[in-house]
Design a protein around this ligand. Structure first.
Ligand code: SAM
Length: 231
């Protein structure tokens, strides 16, 4: 399995960047778009400052823009190849695309009203450091909205899903992307990621409040919302 070393993760995403969007939508039958839409609806962005971390090719930042014309949006990722595509897709949308590491963001404390991350935190070399960095750049009372893969708790659904996720998806991913490890890494990293209850505890322990996690689509994906305490 690809290690969660930042450089290895960055290289892996840069290698699959050209086929990333196609495979994302194809392998999820387009459901990923609905998850992002639902996530941003829950965040309900207004006219403040918003940061999308691990932005990849920019789909979540674009959804933010769709739902708020007034938001000031920045999007950060460390893969230059993902960002190249992100630059093209976000042209004219007033989204600042910035290369950077989510574990060490180049922003001052309390800069953002909202922070978002779709399918990024699973890849962090150190999850707690990433969450604390989110808290640092959020304003007191600011909101975080995170989407992340998880595995369904219903045994039957879980069995069918795991068959697809661990056998069929890696095969299609490998053929289409030409990358032998990235689409093995996806199910492995999701299956070994903390489950919903544990994840909520980790957010709490890192200092977030009002942490909630909502299962989407039979619990394939979690929509996590949390707040930075007001004082
Ligand atoms: C599965 S993709 C998700 C991309 C996008 N958010 C989306 O919804 O499609 C994960 C992204 O996280 C980025 N990433 C992972 N760890 C990161 C880190 N520490 N700092 C910045 N980007 C990171 C990768 O480069 C990759 O583009």
């Amino acid at each position: 399995m690809v290690s969660k070393n930042g450089k290895a993760i960055e290289n892996m995403f840069s290698a699959i960047a050209p086929r990333y969007d196609f495979l994302n939508h194809f392998l999820s039958a387009g459901i990923d778009r609905r998850w992002r839409k639902q996530g941003i609806e829950t965040l309900a962005p207004g006219r403040g400052f918003y940061l999308d971390i691990a932005c990849g090719t920019g789909d979540l930042a674009l959804e933010l823009r769709r739902q708020s014309r007034e938001a000031r949006i920045a999007a950060v990722d460390f893969s230059s190849e993902m960002l190249k595509i992100g630059h093209l897709k976000t042209a004219g949308k007033k989204i600042a695309i910035i290369r950077g590491d989510a574990l060490s963001l180049g922003f001052r404390n309390s800069a953002f009203d909202g922070i978002t991350c779709a399918f990024g935190i699973r890849n962090f070399e150190n999850l707690e450091s990433g969450l604390k960095e989110m808290l640092r750049v959020l304003k007191p009372g600011g909101k975080a909205m995170i989407l992340e893969f998880t595995t369904p708790s219903n045994r039957l659904v879980r069995a069918v899903y795991l068959l697809y996720f661990t056998k069929i998806l890696p095969l299609i991913g490998k053929i289409v992307s030409g990358h032998s490890e990235a689409y093995d890494y996806l199910p492995q990293s999701a299956v070994t990621f903390p489950n919903r209850a544990k994840l909520v505890r980790i957010f709490d322990d890192c200092g977030f409040e009002d942490v909630s996690a909502k299962p989407l689509t039979f619990g394939i994906c979690d929509l996590i919302c949390a707040k930075k305490p007001s004082s």
